[in-house]
Design a protein around this ligand. Structure first.
Ligand code: MTE
Ligand code: HPA
Ligand code: MOS
Length: 774
C-alpha cells in the first residue's frame, strides 16, 4: 500500500520543521478513501466465530434460570456461554466489582447475562433473542433523588472544606440557593465497540481491540482467562472515536470475546450493534448540583456550600476519579474563598457510567456557572461582569479549594481580548434592542471561560514510554503507549519525532499500539496523550539522534556539539552529509539505531486523605462568546455565532488543534441542548438509537464560527511548549447554554416573571418552553 500513497517518500522535499505545521492527520488519506483499517475491517482468520450478548430485560433481580435450548437450535450456533462456563474468576471492571456474566444478581436492564457464539454475526444475534430467562425482580433505584434518599452509593461520599464556610456565609450581604441538573451523554463514537480475540499457541491470546487502554484490556483478559499478562497481547491501530467511552468499556467487549474464544477454541469477534452498545455501555454521568452561595453586591462569591451528586450506575468503574474531577472543577475559573463541597457517588440500576470528554469536569463547571448566572440575574448585573470579578487573581485570590496555587492564570487578559474581538458590549446592546422589538424570537449572548487541570488526578498514571526505530534506509518507525481515536495524537508524535531526529515528517511512520512493544501504558485519556507519549517519543528520538551525532563526531574528530541534524541532513562544519548515508555508516559501525524513551510528569502530587496537593501540572485556558436565538413559542434554539479564544500553548499542529476546539465545542452544545437520555420507570433506556437520541450533525455546526489560538507557549516545560487540547474546549459549550438562558430571561422579564431562569441541561425545546413559562 505504501507505493501508491507515498511515491518515493524518502525523496519528498523536506519541510525544515514538522512541529508547528498544519500537517494532515497521519491517516487522513486512508480515512477519506475508506482504506483505514479499523478492527472490523481486518480480515478474520479462518474459522472465526461471532459473539452476541443476551441482555437482561429487568433492571434489578435474581436470575432463577436460563433456557438456551431455542438459541442452540438456531443454525450456526455453536455455544451459549453463561457464568458457570467461565475459565477463571468471574470478576472484571475498573473497580473490580462487576461480574463478567452475572451468576445470580442482575443489576441493570441491558446487562449481558450470556453470550451466544455462532458461525455468523446474524445467527448469533437472532439466537441471543431466543434465550429465555426467569428473573425474580427486585426494587430498582434509577434516579439520583432515589439514590440520595436510600443512601445508595457505589463509593463512599467525599467532603472537601476550605475556609470557614459557615462564618463567611453568615456574614455575606446576599445569599441565594440554587440547583442545576445535567443529563448524561452517549459517547456515540462512529465505530461501535468491537474486539477480535485470537487464541495462539501455548495458552496465549491476541486481541485486536478498539480501546483507549490496551494495557488494561490485556490485564482484564489475562485475569478472565487465568493466565499471566505476558500471555495476552492487545493491539489497537486506531479507533473510530472513543471520547472516553472506550477507556474501560472496551475491556468488557474484549473479555467477552476472549472467554468465548477460549471456550470455543476458535477466534471470536464481538461487535456491538448500535442499540446494544447504547444499552450495555456506560455514558457520561448525569449530575445534580445544589448550592447555597453567599456574595457581595457586585456578585463576588464569599462562600459556597455545594452538593454534587452523580448517577454512577451499577458499579464503580471510573466514578471515583470522575466525581473527584467534578470537585476539582467546582471552581471552574473562579476564586472561592470559603467552599464546602459534598460529593455523592450514587449507585443506580443502570449502565455503569464512565469517562466522557471532560471526565466530571463539565459537570463541576456547569454548577458554578449556573450559580454565577443566578447571582448576576438576582443582582441585575451583566453575567460577564460577575464572572470577571470572580476570576482567580493575585494572592490570596490564587488558591483553589484543594490547595493548589494558580500560577499560570491568563484568563483576565484572554477574556479581555475575546470580549474586544467579538464586540461583546456593542452586540449586547444590539441584542437588547432586537429583543425589545421581537416578541417571539429572543436572542442571547454569553461569554464563559474554562480553566482545565491537565494531568491524571491519580499521579501514577502520568507516565509513558515509546520506541523509536531508525532503519538503515533512513525511514523511521515510532511506537508508544498512546492510542489514536481521531484526535491526532499519532500525527503530533510523528511531528515531534521528525523534528527531534531532524528528518522530514514523511520519513516517520507510526505503528499500531501494542502491549507487546510498550508495556504498562496508561489510558489515552485526561487529554494528556501528547504530553506523555510525545515526550517519551522525543526522549527516544533524542537518544538515537545523539548516538548518530556522536558517531559522526567520532569519525571526523569533531565535538558532538558541532554536529546537528535537520531536514534529513547531518550538518558538520563545512559539510552537509546525507542522513541515510550516516545511518548506514553508523549501523556498519555497530551503533544501535533504536531506543526507548520514558517520561514521568514532574512536580505533581496529591494526597487523597487530606484532598490537598498539586494534582495538575498546569491548566489549559479558553473562553467562548456565543450568540443564540430562541423561539419562545416552540422552544427551538439556534447558535448564530461563536467566537473562541483558546490556549493550546505553542501548537504542535494548528489544524488538529482547531479541529479539537471546534469538535469539542459542538459536542458540548449537543450535550447541553439536544442529547437527552430517557430511562423508563422499568429501567429501559428509551433513547437507544439515533432515531430518538439527537447528536449534532454538520448542519448544527454554527456557520459563523471563529476560533483563535492564544499566542503564548506553555509556561511549564512541556513537549514543544504545547498544551493539551482534547477535553478543555468541551467546557466552552456552556457559552451556548448560558446564551439560551439570557434569551429566556429576556422573555421572562417581558412577561413579568422573575429573571432567574429555571433551566437545567439539556435545554431541549420542551425544557426551554417550560423555562419560559414556569
Ligand atoms: N477527538 C476525536 N476526534 N475523537 C475522540 O475520541 N476523545 C477526546 C479528545 N478528543 C476524542 C477526541 C477525549 S475524551 C480525550 S481524553 C482526548 O481526545 C484523548 O486524546 P489526547 O490525550 O491525545 O488528547
Ligand atoms: N481523566 C481521564 N481518565 C482518567 C482519569 C482522569 O483524570 N483518571 C483515571 N482515568
Ligand atoms: Mo477522555 S474522557 O479522558 O477519555
Amino acid at each position: 500500500m505504501n507505493a501508491p500513497d507515498h511515491p518515493g517518500i524518502l525523496n519528498v522535499k523536506a519541510e525544515p520543521q514538522a512541529c508547528g505545521v498544519a500537517a494532515p492527520h497521519e491517516a487522513a488519506h486512508l480515512h477519506v478513501s475508506g482504506r483505514a483499517l479499523y478492527v472490523d475491517d481486518v480480515p478474520e482468520p479462518r474459522g472465526t466465530l461471532f459473539v452476541a450478548p443476551v441482555l437482561s430485560k429487568v433492571a434489578h433481580g435474581r436470575l432463577k434460570s436460563l433456557d438456551a435450548s431455542a438459541a442452540l437450535a438456531v443454525p450456526g450456533v455453536r455455544r451459549v456461554v453463561t457464568a458457570t462456563d467461565l475459565p477463571a474468576a468471574n470478576v472484571v471492571g475498573a473497580g473490580h466489582d462487576e461480574p463478567i456474566l452475572p451468576a445470580d444478581l442482575i443489576e441493570y436492564l441491558g446487562q449481558p447475562v450470556a453470550l451466544v457464539v455462532a458461525t455468523g454475526a446474524k445467527a448469533a444475534r437472532v439466537a441471543a433473542r431466543a434465550v429465555r430467562m426467569e428473573v425474580e425482580p427486585l426494587p430498582a433505584i434509577l434516579t439520583i433523588a432515589e439514590a440520595l434518599a436510600a443512601e445508595s452509593w457505589v463509593l463512599p461520599p467525599v467532603h472537601l472544606a476550605e475556609g470557614d464556610v459557615e462564618a463567611a456565609m453568615a456574614a455575606a450581604p446576599h445569599r441565594l440557593q440554587g440547583e442545576f441538573a445535567m443529563g448524561g451523554q452517549e459517547q456515540f463514537y462512529l465505530e461501535g465497540q468491537v474486539a477480535l480475540a485470537m487464541p495462539g499457541e501455548d495458552g496465549t491470546m491476541k486481541v485486536l481491540s478498539s480501546t483507549q487502554h490496551p494495557g488494561e484490556v490485556q490485564h482484564w483478559v489475562a485475569d478472565a482467562l487465568g493466565v499471566p499478562a505476558h500471555s495476552v497481547q492487545v493491539e489497537c491501530r486506531r479507533m473510530g472515536g472513543g471520547f472516553g467511552g472506550k477507556e474501560t468499556q472496551a475491556g468488557h467487549i474484549a473479555v467477552w470475546a476472549a472467554v468465548a474464544a477460549r471456550i470455543a477454541g476458535a477466534p471470536c469477534k464481538m461487535r456491538l450493534d448500535r442499540d446494544d452498545d447504547f444499552l450495555i455501555t456506560g455514558k457520561r454521568h448525569p449530575f445534580l448540583g445544589r448550592w447555597t452561595v453567599g456574595f457581595d453586591g457586585q456578585g463576588r462569591i464569599l462562600a459556597i456550600d455545594l452538593m454534587q451528586a452523580a448517577a454512577c450506575g451499577f458499579s464503580a468503574d471510573l466514578s471515583g476519579p470522575i466525581a473527584d474531577r467534578a470537585i476539582f472543577h467546582a471552581d471552574n475559573a473562579y476564586y472561592l474563598p470559603a467552599a464546602a463541597i459534598h460529593s455523592y457517588r450514587c449507585k443506580t440500576h443502570t449502565q455503569s457510567h464512565t469517562a466522557f470528554r471532560g471526565f466530571g469536569g463539565p459537570q463541576g463547571v456547569g454548577m458554578i456557572e449556573a450559580a454565577l448566572d443566578d447571582i448576576a440575574r438576582h443582582l441585575g448585573l451583566d453575567p460577564l461582569a460577575v464572572r470577571r470579578i470572580n476570576l482567580y487573581g493575585d494572592a490570596p485570590r490564587d488558591r483553589t479549594p484543594y490547595g493548589m496555587q494558580v500560577t499560570d492564570n491568563i484568563l483576565p487578559a484572554l477574556i479581555e481580548r475575546l470580549e474586544a474581538d467579538c464586540g461583546y458590549a456593542g452586540r449586547r446592546e444590539a441584542i437588547a434592542r432586537w429583543n425589545a422589538a421581537s416578541p417571539v424570537i429572543k436572542r442571547g449572548l454569553a461569554l464563559t471561560p474554562v480553566k482545565f487541570g491537565i494531568s491524571f488526578t491519580a499521579t501514577m498514571f502520568n507516565q509513558a514510554g515509546a520506541l523509536v526505530n531508525v532503519y538503515t534506509d533512513g525511514s523511521v518507525t515510532v511506537n508508544h503507549g498512546g492510542t489514536e481515536m481521531g484526535q491526532g495524537l499519532h500525527t503530533k508524535v510523528c511531528q515531534v519525532v521528525a523534528d527531534t531526529l531532524g528528518v522530514p515528517l514523511a520519513w516517520v511512520r507510526i505503528t499500531a499500539t501494542d502491549t507487546g512493544r510498550v508495556p504498562n501504558a496508561s489510558a489515552t485519556a485526561a487529554s494528556s496523550g501528547t504530553d506523555l507519549n510525545g515526550r517519551a517519543a522525543e526522549f527516544a528520538a533524542r537518544e538515537v539522534r545523539d548516538r548518530l551525532r556522536a558517531h559522526v563526531a567520532g569519525t571526523r574528530g569533531l565535538d558532538v556539539a558541532q554536529v546537528s541534524i535537520r531536514g534529513g541532513k547531518v550538518l558538520v562544519p563545512g559539510a552537509e552529509l546525507d542522513f541515510v548515508a550516516v545511518a548506514k555508516a553508523a549501523y556498519a559501525a555497530r551503533v544501535s539505531l533504536w531506543s526507548d524513551g520514558y517520561y514521568a510528569t514532574p512536580k505533581i502530587h496529591y494526597d487523597h486523605q487530606t484532598m490537598r496537593g498539586l494534582p495538575f501540572y498546569y491548566f489549559a485556558y479558553g473562553a467562548a462568546a456565543t450568540e443564540v436565538a430562541v423561539d419562545t413559542l416552540t422552544g427551538e434554539t439556534r447558535v448564530l455565532r461563536v467566537d473562541i479564544l483558546h490556549d493550546v500553548g505553542r501548537s504542535i499542529n494548528p489544524a488538529i488543534d482547531l479541529g479539537q476546539i471546534e469538535g469539542g465545542f459542538v459536542q458540548a452544545v449537543g450535550w447541553l441542548t439536544s442529547e437527552e437520555l430517557v430511562w423508563k420507570p422499568d429501567g429501559t433506556l428509551a433513547t437507544h438509537a439515533p432515531s430518538t437520541y439527537k447528536i449534532p450533525t454538520s448542519g448544527d455546526v454554527p456557520a459563523d464560527f471563529h476560533v483563535a489560538l492564544w499566542p503564548e507557549p506553555n509556561r511549564e516545560d512541556n513537549v514543544y511548549g504545547s498544551k493539551a487540547v482534547g477535553e478543555p474546549p468541551f467546557m466552552l459549550g456552556f457559552a451556548a447554554f448560558f446564551a439560551i438562558r439570557e434569551a429566556v430571561a429576556a422573555a421572562r422579564r417581558e412577561q413579568g416573571r422573575t429573571p432567574l431562569v429555571p433551566l437545567s441541561a439539556p435545554a431541549t425545546p420542551e425544557a426551554v418552553l417550560r423555562a419560559v413559562e414556569q
